[in-house]
Design a protein around this ligand. Structure first.
Ligand SMILES: [Zn+2]
Ligand SMILES: [Zn+2]
Length: 286
């Protein structure tokens, strides 16, 4: 697995790669626009080219974007739903311009709590976004299951894929957030938790779909449905849990990316180096 972090772009896109290399990233996640706003200025071709060129001569071998938090593809409100798939199309267009490998998104809410209805609404939105933005790979992220959020487990994520227009299925993959899965009730402090979730994803979505792991530890307990990230090894997943991640063969092709709060660069240096140490141990064991 490549290892990296979500990095800020306030200093600029090419500069984010300088930062990423400085903290030891082999993979990065960035925002393609401000995550708290619908509208944002466009990324110029000059900036996009500078970012691509800087990346080509860097240690960063995988990059993805993460969509804005306002997007809710499951919303029952037609105006918000429409705004959401249009914003998703814009995100995909930005990602293609930046030359990143994929775009991670949360699916949104499902107030009906009916699996079919929820999946249908979300898949319809993604179909429209893919139609409007003909390129770009989208990764659906699992959620911690608080409130009415959709996408807690393999079954819900697989239902969306199942309802997607056949011609778009190859453009959809999965981002597995370890904190969210653990909070939703899969015990990621043990190898069994990782294998149960990833086996479930394979049977619901097919193999090779997991392209990113958000390798976040969890502040609260398994099944508490609280989405609070903790530094790698300091939470309830703990060091044995992340050792199990590197041993899980279904994740061998995915990039592990941390999304932590704390001071830069320390939070990223520390979490990236902790993951690298676990990977080295895992590789030494063969
Ligand atoms: Zn995440
Ligand atoms: Zn989270």
């Amino acid at each position: 697995m490549l290892i990296g972090a979500h990095v800020g772009v306030s200093a600029g896109y090419p500069e984010s790669v300088d930062y990423a290399e400085g903290v030891g990233c082999e993979a990065i996640q960035v925002f393609a626009k401000s995550p708290q706003q619908w509208r944002a200025k466009s990324i110029t071709p000059e900036i996009a080219t500078a970012f691509r060129e800087r990346r080509e001569r860097s240690a960063v071998k995988f990059a993805c974007t993460h969509t804005a938090y306002l997007i809710n593809l499951g919303s029952e409100d037609d105006a918000l739903w429409e705004k959401s798939w249009q914003a998703l199309a814009d995100e995909l267009t930005r990602a293609v311009l930046l030359g990143v490998e994929a775009t991670v998104t949360h699916t949104g809410t499902n107030r009906s709590r009916d699996l079919e209805l929820g999946a249908r609404r979300i898949a319809d939105g993604i179909n429209l976004a893919f139609e409007a933005a003909p390129e770009g790979v989208l990764l659906l992220e699992n959620t911690a299951g608080a409130g009415t959020t959709y996408g807690t487990g393999p079954e819900e994520l697989g239902a969306v894929l199942g309802m997607l227009d056949a011609r778009w299925k190859e453009r959809l993959g999965i981002c597995l957030d370890s904190c969210h899965a653990h909070a939703a009730g899969w015990d990621f402090s043990t190898p069994a938790g990782w294998s149960e979730f990833t086996r479930g994803l394979e049977s619901c979505c097919g193999s090779g779909r997991i392209q990113v792991v958000h390798a976040n530890d969890c502040k609260f307990g398994v099944g508490e449905r609280k989405d609070r990230h903790e530094w790698v090894g300091d939470g309830t997943i703990g060091t044995p849990g992340f050792a199990a991640m590197f041993a899980e063969t279904r994740l061998a092709g995915a990039a592990a990316i941390v999304e932590m709060s704390g001071e830069v660069p320390e939070k990223d240096e520390t979490n990236v180096s902790r993951l690298k140490a676990l990977r080295a141990t895992s590789e030494a064991r063969g």
